[in-house]
Design a protein around this ligand. Structure first.
Ligand SMILES: Nc1ncnc2c1ncn2[C@@H]1O[C@H](COP(=O)(O)OS(=O)(=O)O)[C@@H](OP(=O)(O)O)[C@H]1O
Length: 436
C-alpha cells in the first residue's frame, strides 16, 4: 500500500494487491518490483469495499498499510483483510521501524522513478515524512506543553510573592472639599469664632472661614448640598471639616435639616457663656430698649431674650441628635483656660492631642484674650470686632434679667447635668446673651 498525502493534508490510501504467485516471483527475482494489479481507492468507502471484495474473489492477498485504518470508521467493515501469514509482516503503521520505513521509501521512490511521475514521488515523500515526523511532533508538543505549564507555575508563584511585598508608596490624594463633619451651632456672642479659630490651628482640622448659613437661610438651602460642600475648605483624608453658624442654634428647622442632610453622625459643638462684664463703650442701642417692654418688664418676645433661653433650643436639637453627638463648651473657661476646654473638644472629636497644652496659647494683654499658636507657630488672634468694650447695663435691668432667666438656667442645668460658673449660686442664677 502507498499513501497519498494530498495538498489539503487528507491522507488517502492507494492499495495494490499482489497475486501470491507474482509476489513470490517478485521475491525470487530479487528486488524486481511486484506488478501492481490493484486499484486506487481514496475517498469512497464503497469503492474500497468493492475493491476489497473483488480482491478477495480473485484470491488476492491483501497487503494494506495500517495507515488505511484511518478509513476504518468510515468503512464500518474491517479494512485489514490480511491472511494469517501476512498479518505480522505486512503491517506498516505506528510500529513502523526505521529499516522498514527506509525500504518502504526506497521502493516507493524506485517505483516513482520508474514511472517518472515527479508529482507522485513528491506525494509519497511527503506522506512518508508525515508519518516519519509524527512522533517528533508529539514529542515537541509535549515539551511545549511542559514549558507552558512551568511558565504558568512560575507566574503564579511570582504573583503570590508580589502579593506579600509592600505596595510602592503612592501619592497622597489631592485635598478635597467635604461636607462638614462638625458644626459649631451657637450660641451667638458666646465665643463661637474663638472656638473655630482655635480648632483651625489643629493640623487635623479644616475650618470654613465665614459663616455659611445653609440651614437657616432658605435661599442657600435651596442651592443644595453641592453648594454647601463648595463653601467648605479643601481638606485631606483624616481632617475634620468644621463650619460655624450660631444662627443654627435658634433656627426651628435647622436640627431636622442638619440631621436629614448630614446624618446622625454629625458632631455638634455648642458654646455657652455668661454676658461679659459691662464696661465703658458706646451702646448701639440702649439694652433696655432691646430686652424690656414698655411696662419695664422683660419682654419674652424680644429676639435677644428668646435666643438666650438655651434649654429650649437645646431640647430641639436633642430631639434630632443623640446626646453623645453634642458637646457643650464653657465659653468662660475658653476665655480663661483655652487649653483645658480644647482638651475636652479634642476628646469629643477624637482628634490627636494638639491644643491641650498651655504653651499652645499666648495671652495678648492688649486684647485681653488668648491667641493661639497656629501651624508653624504663627500667633493668631481674633480681629478687632471681637473682644469689644460693652456698654454699661443698669443694675436694675441686670436684676430683672437674672430673675427672668433663673428658672430657665435651672432647666438648662437639669438638661445638661452641668452647672456653669456663669449660672452662679442657685439664688443668683441668671444668664443672658444680651451683648450688643
Ligand atoms: N480669644 C478670644 N478673643 C476674642 N474674643 C473672644 C475670645 N474668646 C472668647 N471671646 C468672646 O467671643 C465673643 C464673640 O462671640 P462670637 O464669636 O460667638 O460672636 S458672633 O456670634 O460670631 O458674632 C466676644 O465678644 P464681643 O467682645 O462682644 O465680640 C468675646 O467676648
Amino acid at each position: 500500500c502507498k499513501l497519498r498525502h494530498r495538498i489539503d493534508n487528507s491522507i488517502h490510501c492507494q492499495c495494490q494487491w499482489l497475486r501470491p504467485k507474482q509476489k513470490q516471483d517478485a521475491r525470487s527475482q530479487s528486488k524486481k518490483p511486484a506488478i501492481p494489479i490493484g486499484q486506487e481507492f481514496s475517498r469512497s468507502s464503497r469503492q474500497k469495499a468493492e475493491a476489497i471484495q473483488e480482491a478477495e474473489e480473485r484470491g488476492d492477498e491483501l497487503k494494506v498499510a495500517e495507515f488505511c485504518q484511518i478509513y476504518r470508521p468510515v468503512l464500518k467493515t474491517p479494512l485489514l483483510w490480511l491472511s494469517e501469514q501476512k498479518r505480522s509482516s505486512s503491517l506498516i503503521g505506528p510500529s513502523l521501524n526505521k529499516r522498514r520505513m527506509h525500504s518502504f521509501r526506497s521502493s516507493k521512490s524506485r517505483r516513482s522513478r520508474k514511472k517518472g511521475g515527479q508529482q507522485l514521488r513528491a506525494d509519497d515523500q511527503r506522506a512518508v515524512r508525515h508519518e516519519d515526523v509524527r512522533p517528533w511532533r508529539a514529542l515537541l508538543l509535549r515539551i511545549g506543553l511542559a514549558a507552558l505549564l512551568a511558565a504558568a507555575a512560575l507566574l503564579t508563584v511570582a504573583v503570590l510573592l508580589r502579593g506579600h511585598r509592600t505596595p510602592p508608596p503612592s501619592l497622597p490624594p489631592p485635598p478635597q472639599q467635604q461636607l462638614p463633619h462638625c458644626i459649631i451651632i451657637g450660641a451667638r456672642k458666646c465665643g463661637t469664632r474663638a472656638l473655630l479659630d482655635f480648632l483651625d490651628a489643629h493640623p487635623n482640622v479644616a475650618a470654613a472661614r465665614s459663616e455659611i448659613h445653609y440651614f437657616d437661610k432658605t435661599d442657600r438651602l435651596r442651592r443644595g448640598l453641592s453648594w454647601y460642600r463648595g463653601q467648605m475648605p479643601h481638606s485631606r483624608p483624616g481632617q475634620f471639616t468644621i463650619e460655624k453658624t450660631p444662627a443654627y442654634f435658634v433656627t426651628e428647622a435647622a436640627p431636622r435639616l442638619a440631621r436629614r442632610q448630614l446624618g446622625a453622625n454629625l458632631r455638634l459643638l455648642l458654646i455657652l457663656a455668661r454676658p461679659r462684664d459691662p464696661g465703658a463703650g458706646r451702646p448701639a442701642r440702649p439694652l433696655e430698649r432691646l430686652v424690656l417692654s414698655g411696662s419695664g418688664r422683660v419682654n419674652p418676645r424680644s429676639r435677644m431674650i428668646q435666643t438666650s433661653v438655651y434649654h429650649r433650643h437645646l431640647r430641639r436639637w436633642l430631639r434630632h441628635f443623640p446626646a453623645d453627638r453634642l458637646h457643650i463648651v464653657d465659653g468662660d473657661r475658653l476665655i480663661g483656660e483655652p487649653h483645658e476646654e480644647l482638651r475636652l473638644v479634642e476628646q469629643f472629636l477624637s482628634l490627636p492631642s494638639f491644643l491641650n497644652r498651655p504653651e499652645q496659647f499666648v495671652f495678648n494683654s492688649t486684647k485681653g484674650f488668648y491667641c493661639v499658636r497656629g501651624r508653624r507657630q504663627r500667633q493668631r488672634c481674633l480681629g478687632s470686632e471681637k473682644g469689644r468694650q460693652h456698654p454699661p447695663v443698669s443694675p436694675v435691668t441686670l436684676a430683672k434679667l437674672r430673675a427672668y432667666f433663673e428658672p430657665h438656667n435651672l432647666r438648662l442645668a437639669e438638661l445638661t447635668g452641668r452647672r456653669f460658673a456663669w449660672m452662679g449660686r442657685p439664688e443668683q442664677l441668671g444668664a443672658v446673651a444680651y451683648k450688643v
